[in-house]
Design a protein around this ligand. Structure first.
Ligand code: AGP
Length: 611
């Protein structure tokens, strides 16, 4: 996924573009570039981060009130100066930035080569730039028409901003499959991949839909479809504050977002639990409860951390609502020809709402006639717009690539859904229903307490920061937490880590146990506690090292593990919300001690909008 930003108005474009790219860098950060029109067609681009681009530009000319910028997560062509965006067409008529993949680019490239075009980069984007120019020059037509005609030949996904040297008073934006949002200012417009670079200038935004094309002058915006049908722009107001996209004094966004979890969870259930804690209201599901109540099966589709949240959802729905649940990796589900029944209900979980594999899995399920719901964190993103209903997590923007508050917010939504559905299906009595609702509302203050172990966790991190492998174990509701803890460690510290159901250890992983590999056991008090205690003893008996997350006051495990991290007591059904916190902090501190880029880990991007 890449970051796109554009500006047209009376201000100097350059500072807005560079600042915007810094806000978008979490989306992709292997190279960056900007382009300006100021009588000249100015283009700077560089491998590396936005700071490297800034240094490269130095004191060079950056005049101009119209421009665009791009920060890249490479799909076609390795990260280098030439493959960075923007791309300029061969005769210099067009400059273009792109988020997405042009799937038929090689055919288009071959045709352009026969027409005398040469290519400097390996990217699909340069092919599109030259295709637009070729059509523009051949047909002696407007830039906007050339763009629309070129896009009609494209197979794939794009979020584009285009400038034409001959028409320096406009930006052209187009969207299909990759998000674009337009910020509406006074005598100025902003374009970006999401709202984070826009919110400090304006809260009035227009979300582009697939096949939309926008022609943007500083005081006029024209919206149409790729087929030239006029559209009426729908201006919405952002529910986002600049403070939410700033580190606010924390060293990293990830640490800020770990500490924001009490607020993220309370914001997620606020307004959805009545004041006497006796009922749950999920407005986004109001029309679809009958489908859920009569569902033959629930299929959860997601990737990464969201998939782990889905696993927690499986345990919750099956235990409370007694509905069979399958949890599928979106990428596997979309390609393996799954059996999908019309009375299945599919739940897509995604923080960004833009993950390409999950979007594709949604479309597959809808083609099969299933009801598809979404659990997303980004308002106006693609998944909420393509599903039949759903529930937003109110975690606020999650900038750190490693997902933390989104996970606990997703689990909060799944918990409310499972409890409400169980109540509707008479699978849970009032007493237990009210008790668990109350316990859910106590989670934020309990997490505040769990966060106080930060310094203790840091001392443990110091001891294991040079490990090369780690094993995470959990049972029942805590098995998905073990998987999530392992993912956190590997994606930001680059230590190999894997999560396993604790009982599975004797079927293989126990062979790995030695004094050099920390075994992190999620062992808070629950119905399988005695079993996990035995697993800890099995590890210790083989000279293993155990770091255990335990319920506060647990003496049994304290006397056998090498280290314990205590968390407040919670019902086992809500334990994932609590026990994940120490694992997030442990991975964070180890990564910082290893000098890793915690917010922008190598090779990763915040949302994978390509397949
Ligand atoms: C989690 O820390 C990772 N950043 C990654 O696995 C992420 O959860 C996955 O790419 C899914 O993203 P989504 O929730 O935006 O769909």
């Amino acid at each position: 996924m890449c970051g796109i930003v554009g500006y047209i108005g009376d201000k100097k474009a350059y500072p807005i573009l560079i600042n915007g790219l810094k806000r978008l860098e979490y989306r992709g950060y292997d190279s960056a570039g900007i382009a300006l029109l100021n009588g000249e067609s100015v283009l700077y681009k560089r491998k590396g981060k936005v700071a490297d681009l800034e240094k490269h530009i130095g004191e060079a000319s950056v005049a101009g009130n119209i421009g665009m910028g791009h920060t890249r997560w490479a799909t076609h062509g390795e990260p280098n100066d030439e493959n960075a965006h923007p791309h300029r067409s061969q005769n210099g008529k067009f400059m273009i930035i792109h988020n997405g993949i042009i799937e038929n680019y090689s055919i288009l490239k071959e045709k352009l080569i026969t027409r005398g075009y040469e290519f400097k980069s390996e990217t699909d984007t340069e092919v599109l730039a030259n295709l637009i120019e070729y059509i523009y020059l051949k047909g002696d037509i407007t830039a906007e028409l050339a763009v629309r005609l070129a896009l009609a030949k494209v197979v794939g996904a794009y979020g584009l901003v285009i400038m034409c040297y001959d028409e320096p008073d406009k930006l052209i934006a187009a969207r299909k499959g990759s998000p674009l949002v337009i910020g509406v200012g006074k005598g100025e417009y902003f374009i970006a991949s999401d709202a984070t670079p826009i919110v400090e200038y304006t809260k009035s935004v227009i979300y582009l839909n697939d096949n939309d094309v926008a022609i943007i002058k500083k005081d006029e915006l024209q919206l149409k479809t790729i087929n030239n049908e006029a559209l009426t722009p729908r201006i919405q107001e952002l529910d986002l504050d600049i403070g939410e996209i700033d580190k606010m004094g924390y060293d990293h966004f990830m640490l800020k977002e770990i500490n924001e979890q009490p607020k993220a969870i309370s914001d997620t259930f606020r307004g959805r639990i009545n004041s006497d804690l006796t009922n749950i209201h999920l407005g986004g599901l109001h029309a679809v409860w009958p489908n859920l109540e009569n569902a033959r099966r629930i299929i959860i589709i997601a990737c990464g951390t969201s998939w782990h949240a889905g696993l927690v959802g499986e345990y919750l729905f099956e235990e409370f609502a007694r509905i069979p649940v399958e949890v599928e990796y979106s990428s596997e589900f979309r390609y393996r020809k799954p059996i999908i029944y019309k009375d299945d209900v599919v739940i897509a979980i995604s923080q960004s709402g833009e993950t390409a594999d999950t979007l594709a899995a949604i479309r597959l399920a809808k083609e099969a006639g299933a009801m598809v719901l979404g659990i997303c964190n980004v308002v106006g993103s693609s998944i909420p717009r393509e599903t039949d209903g759903g529930v937003y997590t109110h975690a606020g923007p999650e900038i750190g690539v490693a997902s933390t508050k989104a996970f606990t917010a997703q689990v909060t939504v799944l918990t409310m859904m499972a409890l409400k559905l169980a109540k509707k299906k008479y699978q849970i009595g009032d007493k237990q229903y009210h008790h668990l609702i109350k316990e859910l509302t106590l989670i934020p203050e309990k997490i505040e307490k769990a966060l106080l172990s930060n310094d203790h966790i840091k001392t443990i991190a110091e001891l294991y920061k040079n490990s090369t492998n780690a094993l995470y174990l959990g049972r029942g509701f805590l098995f998905p937490v073990a998987l999530e803890g392992a993912l956190k460690l590997k994606e930001i510290s680059y230590i190999h880590a894997e999560g396993y159901p604790a009982a599975e250890m004797k079927h293989g992983p126990i062979a790995l146990i030695d004094a050099d590999m920390p075994v992190i056991v999620v062992a808070t008090k629950d119905s399988s506690y005695e079993k996990i205690v035995s697993n800890i003893q099995e590890v210790k008996a083989r000279n293993g090292v155990v770091i255990a997350v335990v319920t506060e006051g647990d003496v049994t495990i304290k006397n056998m593990a090498n280290h314990v991290i205590e968390v407040p007591e919670t019902p086992e059904h809500l334990a994932p919300l609590m026990s994940v916190i120490p694992l997030q902090l442990l991975s964070y501190h180890i990564a910082v001690m290893r000098g890793c880029n915690v917010d922008q880990p190598r090779n990763l991007a915040k949302s994978v909008t390509v397949e």
